[in-house]
Design a protein around this ligand. Structure first.
Ligand SMILES: CCCCCCCCCCCCC/C=C/C(=O)SCCNC(=O)CCNC(=O)[C@H](O)C(C)(C)COP(=O)(O)OP(=O)(O)OC[C@H]1O[C@@H](n2cnc3c(N)ncnc32)[C@H](O)[C@@H]1OP(=O)(O)O
Length: 242
């Protein structure tokens, strides 16, 4: 009897130790990830400012930062993994839509269609994303370090009210500007007849992506408004997709 109780205690201790090690490892990884992402977006902000100050125009700016942008925006896919394995309390769907739509914008619109890279709308979403991500990742970092300045918390849950719609306007105008070039070049499209007997038109795909903002964006925006009420006003919110 006594020995089984002792075994139980040893087992409990081992389990607790394992849990503690796991949670320390998780915190260490998340802290590293968030610091790396804050630094990445700060580098982008500095590169954009330097370019503009030196050249006095936004023309050529996208090209000059494209590689860094592609790297850090694609690295954000890791966040979908964080939600999927449950190390952050966020919906996989919300994060998935947010991250995938950004990656789509970077790889399949802004980087693939050179003719739109100098559009003001591209600069608009770039600036908006940069401000958002510096605020968001520094919020997570300071929170993990238990030293969260109120200003960062306030900025995380207020800036998006204006920045989110602005970012969407920039993205939609950029896709719209790309449409004539896509139609003319037939890029990423497959016309019949072909050996696979499949037809795909990237032009219509882009129109569908634009239309999908109508049902999806309000859901993301209202999700953030709920998060805002929870974090800034302490409301208890029950998320449906949780
Ligand atoms: C394939 C083609 C697809 C095309 C589809 C097209 C349709 C697209 C439609 C929509 C388009 C959107 C376009 C986007 C534009 C822009 O981004 S514009 C710029 C403005 N953007 C924003 O302000 C983004 C705001 N949105 C978000 O931040 C996202 O909803 C989010 C990234 C998914 C974050 O939401 P969520 O995680 O739920 O909120 P938080 O409050 O930040 O976090 C909840 C808790 O989780 C913890 N946490 C999350 N991530 C981390 C992390 N990396 N590290 C540590 N901790 C993390 C966080 O601390 C919270 O914890 P608790 O407070 O303890 O609960």
């Amino acid at each position: 009897m006594a020995s089984s109780e002792e075994d139980g205690t040893v087992e409990e201790k081992e389990n607790n130790n394992k849990k503690r090690t796991k949670s320390a490892l998780t915190t260490a990884w998340l802290t590293f990830y968030n610091i790396a992402m804050t630094a990445g977006w700060l580098v982008l902000a500095l590169a954009m400012m330097r370019f503009y100050i030196k050249k006095g125009t936004h023309k050529g700016l996208y090209r000059s930062i494209a590689r860094t942008l592609k790297f850090f925006q694609t690295f954000a896919l890791v966040e979908v993994g964080h939600c999927a394995i449950g190390i952050v309390r966020t919906s996989v769907i919300v994060t998935g839509v947010q991250v995938c739509s950004r990656i789509f914008m970077v790889w399949f619109v802004a980087s693939s269609i050179r003719q739109i890279q100098n559009e003001e709308s591209v600069i608009l979403f770039l600036v908006v994303w940069t401000v958002t991500e510096i605020t968001r990742y520094s919020y997570y970092t300071f929170k993990l370090l238990n030293h969260l300045p109120y200003f960062i918390k306030w900025a995380r849950y207020n800036f998006f009210i204006v920045l989110y719609p602005l970012g969407v306007v920039g993205e939609l105008l950029s896709i719209y500007a790309a449409l004539p070039f896509v139609r003319r070049s037939g890029m990423f499209s497959m016309r019949l007849p072909n050996k696979y007997n499949v037809s795909f038109d990237y032009y219509y795909c882009l129109i569908i992506v634009m239309l999908s903002y109508i049902p999806l964006f309000p859901q993301l925006y209202f999700h953030m408004l709920r998060q805002r009420r929870r974090v800034l006003h302490g409301e208890v919110i029950v998320e449906k997709d949780d």
